[in-house]
Design a protein around this ligand. Structure first.
Ligand SMILES: C[S@@+](CC[C@H](N)C(=O)[O-])C[C@H]1O[C@@H](n2cnc3c(N)ncnc32)[C@H](O)[C@@H]1O
Length: 364
């Protein structure tokens, strides 16, 4: 294993576990709808690009096909995703008159992910073997050339860490008074994009090692269309509103200014052209397809749903940094401010799109 390239992402980065009202499992319909939009593309492209006959290493001698879902969270979306991949492989095997392989599915997430809930959610009727692989996907997690299909949806915008410069008071990239690069100085955005560039290269290199030649990878990523700024998107505005709720708490002395200034969200949303350039610069994969996916919440944004969704994703980070004494009040204030925000009524904020990327491991 290339230790130099293995980076452990902060264990703080995990979704709200369990099945409670704030849990990820009850507040991830947005992510689920992206997987639904990707379903047919995965079937079509797998039919086209899984070359079992030309490349026998795609199926091992004992006919096991290995799939890994990176950043799987706690379900149920991950099961939907892997079952769709399995059905695509079965279709292809049937059409080729080849034996249907046995499937082994690896569920990966960070060590603090609520794996108990994940395991309890595993469908009883599943037709595959399961294993869990804890650890950061910003590092090699499997032996060389042992995976056939890698999948990662709505997880790659999580950076491995907050770029150091944005929390250094002496740096021109210090992100004082904000919690994200959205609306911040260019230097702040640059620090985030540099971190993303580094992380993506590590991610692609690790998957490049783990996948067999001709192995396939699907990435569902949150991107803004080329040229669109984070501050002009509903995501950026929602983060600004959350930042203003934190500032309100500073004003009334519930949290210190220093505490607020040292908090930043570890998310980066690339442009599709940036993603393409990063994949090409890494050089290990053929890009078979990059396509836009429909934005699931576009038609009926609802402040309560958006706030639940935000809480399921960042609630853990907030609690770790500020303590759980302020979490309830913060999200209540966020809901109240979001309900009055133009993003609920103005189409111009709903430009963010989600992208589907289908890659094939080059030989070598
Ligand atoms: C928004 S959830 C998406 C979950 C699932 N893929 C889906 O489509 O519903 C993002 C997941 O990525 C995981 N994640 C973030 N950074 C990670 C990393 N470096 N390594 C592994 N998992 C990571 C988080 O813990 C979280 O469970």
């Amino acid at each position: 294993m290339d230790e130099g390239k293995c980076k452990e992402a902060s264990s703080k980065y995990h979704m709200i576990g369990g099945h409670g009202p704030n849990s990820y499992s009850l507040n991830s319909e947005y992510q689920k709808q992206l997987l639904v939009s990707a379903e047919d593309l995965i079937k079509e492209l797998t039919h086209e690009h899984l070359n079992i006959d030309e490349n026998p290493s795609l199926i091992t001698h004992n006919n096991t096909f290995r799939i890994a879902d990176f950043g799987c969270s706690i379900g149920p979306n991950t099961f939907f995703a892997v079952e769709n991949i399995i059905s695509a492989i079965e279709n292809k095997s049937n059409q080729n008159n080849s034996d249907i392989p046995e499937f082994q599915v690896f569920f990966n997430d960070l060590i603090d992910n609520d794996c108990n809930t994940l395991f309890r959610n595993i469908p009883k009727s599943r037709q595959y073997f399961v294993a869990a692989v804890p650890g950061s996907f910003y590092g090699q997690l499997f032996p060389k050339a042992t995976l056939h299909f890698a999948h990662c949806s709505t997880a790659l915008h999580w950076l491995s860490k907050i770029p150091k410069k944005v929390t250094e008071t002496s740096s021109i990239s210090w992100n004082k008074g904000r919690i994200h690069y959205s609306g911040a100085a260019n230097e702040v955005k640059k620090a985030y994009s540099d971190q993303y560039e580094e992380d993506m290269d590590v991610f692609l290199s690790a998957r490049g090692k783990e996948l067999v030649n001709g192995g396939l990878m699907v990435l569902v990523v949150l991107c803004f269309p080329d040229g669109v700024l984070s501050s002009d998107s509903s995501i950026g505005v929602a983060f600004d509103i959350f930042g203003s709720c934190l500032k309100d708490m500073v004003k009334i002395g519930k949290i210190s200014e220093e505490k607020m200034d040292s908090f930043n969200l570890p998310f980066y949303y690339p442009w599709p052209s940036e993603m393409k350039a990063l994949i090409e610069a890494n050089g290990l994969f053929h890009i078979e397809k990059i396509a836009k996916l429909a934005s699931p919440m576009r038609s009926k944004p609802d402040a309560q749903v958006l706030t639940y969704h935000l809480r399921a994703v960042i609630g853990g980070l907030i609690e770790q940094h500020f303590g759980n004494g302020v979490v309830e009040e913060l999200f209540t204030n966020h809901l109240e401010k979001l309900s009055r925000s133009p993003i609920l009524v103005d189409d111009k904020y709903w430009k963010e799109t989600n992208y589907f990327i289908y890659l094939k491991r080059k030989d070598g």
